[in-house]
Design a protein around this ligand. Structure first.
Ligand code: ZN
Length: 474
């Protein structure tokens, strides 16, 4: 039995303990920030990758895979981008004993790997839009405290890169990515804020950045993804020109969409409880665990295997726990690992024609064996709906409208404030929350009573005032 730290009062300690106890990762690799993907965690990650692929391919994006190493000469072409990443890159400077003529960067992100090749792929307007994505590992020399899935030095990363004919088409791609992001977080039962970052906090080289943020309790937030509009900021230095229908040469407008293993960290952090992980069925390594409960006069083992076989044939991811521990110890372990639904099969179930079903949120019932597959599907759908309802309730109470600098300092919730858009006012808001001005909503916040913003919290001006969100990013 593992005694997890209290999730409410020792959130980070709880998180670190639960990812290990549930066997999602092994942190003992001898390089800081590089963790081992153990079998159970990897199964969840593969489910997550499949979800991302399904959702992005719906929108006409195609898979590619570019090399991990980027020549310094390409990496250095977009000045602002390089300033943003220079301190975080790993360098490869030797091949065997020979110093390399051109040192190589281990990709921290892939713009500078991909765009020199886009330059060769794009000739005419008929080559556009070019929408491609890859799921690869990226590397960042992270100097802050590393934490599994949330801040690591080798990052499992999804990145879409697109080239469009003009600003409007790129803006439309950003809107499309927002809808894709909504579908992904909905499948993970993770309510999310979509915030346009302020100028001083956008991605290096971007025209603007829309981030996906989830609240983690008190004023803490976690960025789980980003969508960037680049305009011509990369296409100019990389020479990404195309010929229009009338024979003019124009630069493409570009966008990117990035997600990472942080999504898995967010699932653990947001849905988890004092018993452990709670997986939504979409990425659960197993949707159902079958536990035989031995007793007199019944072959519960063979019934358990039959039940699992039927579910497996129906496409349900199922595991039977045939170990020799007490049933209670098995319940405990599979709750820790976050399996959505447990089926208990004892002598009573064997003779009564039904199985006992307990979901990970504690709801108990029974499912007739005659209609097992439909019954299990129904219970899993109910569980997902209940998980989403619980997360939505937590999400809406994580934000609070704040109308004075003094009240910003209490830090008990993510703050929603009125802001004129001026950087100086933004920095005063950041100082008061001891965190960041995360941005202005791209989609309505879950606070129906907000109404229209009137005047800036800091300077009192009415002109250009909008709602903004401030918190402390993890
Ligand atoms: Zn102001």
């Amino acid at each position: 039995m593992v005694d997890l730290p209290d999730r409410t009062t020792q959130f980070i300690d709880w998180y670190l303990a639960v990812v290990e106890a549930a066997e999602l990762t092994d942190k003992r690799y001898p390089v800081k920030g590089l963790n081992v993907w153990t079998t159970y965690g990897l199964r969840a990650r593969r489910r997550l990758d499949a979800l991302l692929v399904q959702e992005i391919e719906r929108t006409g994006s195609n898979p590619v895979e570019f090399p991990t190493l980027i020549p310094q000469t390409e990496f250095a072409k977009e000045a602002e981008h390089i300033r943003g990443f220079d301190a975080q890159v790993y360098w490869v400077t030797r091949g065997g004993e020979t110093p390399l003529d051109v040192p190589l960067v281990l990709r921290p992100t892939s713009e500078t790997a991909i765009y020199p090749v886009f330059q060769k792929w794009i000739r005419s307007h008929r080559d556009l839009p070019l929408n491609v994505y890859q799921i690869v590992n990226t590397f960042r020399y992270e100097t802050k405290t590393t934490r599994p899935f949330l801040r690591v030095r080798e990052i499992h990363f999804f990145e879409e890169h697109t080239c469009q004919v003009d600003d409007d088409a790129a803006t439309a791609r950003v809107r499309s990515n927002l809808e894709t992001a909504k579908a992904i977080v909905r499948a993970l039962a993770l309510p999310c804020a979509f915030l346009r970052r302020p100028e001083w906090d956008k991605f290096p080289g971007a025209y603007y950045t829309v981030a996906l943020d989830v609240p983690l309790g008190e004023a803490r937030t976690l960025q789980i993804g980003t969508i960037h509009h680049y305009r011509e900021n990369f296409s100019r230095p990389y020479g990404l020109l195309y010929e229009t229908a009338t024979g003019e040469q124009r630069y493409v407008h570009q966008t990117t969409f990035g997600l990472s293993e942080r999504l898995l960290g967010a699932v653990v952090a947001i849905h988890g409880d004092q018993k452990g992980v709670v997986f939504p069925t979409s990425i659960a390594p197993y949707e159902v665990v079958v536990v035989p409960v031995p007793g007199a006069g019944a072959d519960v083992g063979s019934l358990a295997r039959d039940v699992a076989d039927r579910l497996g044939r129906a496409g349900v991811r199922v595991v039977v726990d045939t170990g020799d521990e007490r049933p209670g110890a098995k319940y405990y372990r599979w709750e820790l690992k976050g399996v959505p639904l447990r089926l208990e099969i004892g002598p009573r179930e064997a003779s009564g024609g039904s199985v006992t079903a307990v979901d990970r949120l504690g709801k108990k019932g029974s499912i007739p064996i005659a209609t097992l597959e439909a019954g299990v599907r129904g219970r899993l759908a109910e569980f997902d709906a209940a998980l989403y309802a619980r997360a939505t309730e937590r999400f809406s109470t994580a934000f609070r409208r704040v109308d004075s600098i003094e009240a910003l300092r209490d830090g008990r919730a993510v703050a929603v404030v009125e802001w004129c858009g001026a950087e100086a006012c933004g920095h005063q808001i950041e100082a008061a929350v001891d965190g960041s001005l995360l941005g202005t909503p791209e989609a309505p916040l879950p606070l129906p009573t907000l109404g229209e913003p009137r005047s800036c919290l800091v300077c009192g001006t009415a002109a250009g005032t909008r709602w903004a969100v401030a918190g402390r990013p993890l």
